[in-house]
Design a protein around this ligand. Structure first.
Ligand code: F3S
Ligand code: F3S
Length: 113
């Protein structure tokens, strides 16, 4: 799978969403997250991100490696305010902007603007 790391936090450019042929890039409050089971590894999203937040899982810089599990947790774990995990909705457009982030993203310091 491809993974979105911390450079996306509070930026959310969304250029990646337009490129994804399977609509598997989901939006939280401060970041977007790639669904690891829905992503078909086409790689179309990676070059369009203006802040280089997207990497293939094996190419993650060491400081972004925690985001591999973190992207998965967004779907597999119960996040704040949710009765059950998101699971595999099969398309981000129908889901819209979700009212939560992972604990890792939530704890990320506010980005100076
Ligand atoms: Fe984020 Fe880059 Fe997509 S900033 S929303 S990963 S284009
Ligand atoms: Fe979509 Fe990027 Fe995967 S364009 S299919 S999230 S590699």
């Amino acid at each position: 799978t491809y993974v979105i790391g911390s450079p996306c936090i509070d930026v959310k450019d969304r250029a990646c969403v337009e490129e994804c042929p399977v609509d598997c890039i989901y939006e939280g409050q401060r970041s977007l997250y790639i669904h690891p089971d829905e992503c078909v590894d086409c790689g179309a999203c990676e070059p369009v991100c203006p802040v280089e937040a997207i990497f293939y899982e094996d190419d993650l810089p060491p400081d972004l490696e925690p985001y591999l599990q973190d992207n998965a947790d967004f779907f597999e774990e119960t996040m704040a305010g949710q009765a059950e995990p998101l699971g595999s909705p099969g398309g981000a457009a129908a889901v819209g902007t979700l009212p939560f982030d992972t604990p890792l993203v939530t704890a990320f310091p506010p980005r100076a603007t």
